[in-house]
Design a protein around this ligand. Sequence first.
Ligand code: HMG
Length: 390
Amino acid sequence: MPGDVPIGIHDLSVATTQYVLTHRTLADRNGTDVGKYHKGIGLMSMSVPAADEDIVTMAATAAAPVVARHGADRIRTIVFATETSVDQSKAAGIHVHSLLSLPSAARVVELKQACYGGTAALQFALGVVHRNPAEQVLVIASDVSKYEMGEPGEATQGAAAVAMLVSAEPALVRVDEPSGVFTADITDFWRPNYRTTALVDGHESIAAYLQALEGAWKDYTERDGRKLDELSAICYHQPFTKMAYKAHRHLLQHCGHDVDEAEVTRAVGHTTGYNAVIGNSYTASLYLGLAALLDNSADLTGRSVGFLSYGSGSVAEFFAGTVMPGYRSHLRSEAHREAISRRLDIDYARYRAIHEHSFPVDGGDHFVPRETTGPYRFAGLSGHKRIYER
Ligand code: HMG
């Protein structure tokens, strides 16, 4: 019976960009005390894509090792979550499907609800595997976070992709019932179709996140979810890493617990290592938190881990998973550290040029010189069509 089969995350792979801008460089340029970035919001650096990188190239880079390890015979569904879509109609996942030569007997779809989209994709995948446990689903969350230069959000930019293989008998994390969900119509962070940068009311967005956390937790507990002290760690959505600390303090208070800072660090400290140096990666951020936790904690076998997904607008979901025996031999810790350490430091002038770069939209041929040393690249536009190459 499908209902008896454990289902969850069988493999997890992270990719990011060619370049990195440190918060030290940003602080020196805009006259901000770097302590505000390092300590105040908990960010050290942010990933910056080269002109020939985007959500598709990061996604393909993250997914390729997953397909290489497991093959694609059982993958009939690819779900791509993003809020940095490259087309209003065609799913970005079709470009990934093509770059990775995935089977034509597959469905590919793109999902959006701000940073919550990655969790929507995971839930979609769990449903597909529940219906037929012989199938595997490739879930990809890939985003580039971009705000106007000089705005408070600028320090919380970043970019990354996470690819997850969802299957029965998962090697890493079983996703458990129930889920607590919450939706409220609020405009805390948004990006109209005519803009390349997001708009945000930063402080309102933090309040909206905490309200959504309360709502999702309430629904979760009403459905007999785990108690807070049964969770060994909680992966929170991390627009900046201090948000995870804020969220956990808020949840402790909401549940009537004293806020013990050692307890807060115990619950979230191991989830922030990748987000602190990559920045906000929107849909991927929560799962970068999981990658950091699995890669960098002491043995978590059999432990329960909580997940709080938040997407502005807003939708939140709280759920828990159980870390599977033997998970450590399936991790990609070395590759993740390499993806982060291989990035090239850029100065402010280079960052500014990349930030201001835009393609002509005249339908002509606009090719991009090779910049990325990654395995996939965006080669340019021709006749309004995007061209990718290996
Ligand atoms: P701000 O106004 O630049 O900063 O906005 P601040 O004045 O609030 O300071 C930030 C923290 O640094 C404060 O700590 C300061 O005290 C501290 P807190 O009171 O929060 O604990 N600080 C210092 N610490 C040490 N040394 C110093 C120093 N100076 C100050 N010298 C804000 C910050 C995050 C609002 C801004 O960066 C922003 O607007 N970011 C974008 C929006 C965002 O990330 N919102 C988060 C919740 S919404 C969300 O998560 C969804 C999202 O991912 C999108 C999606 O769903 O798709 C964004």
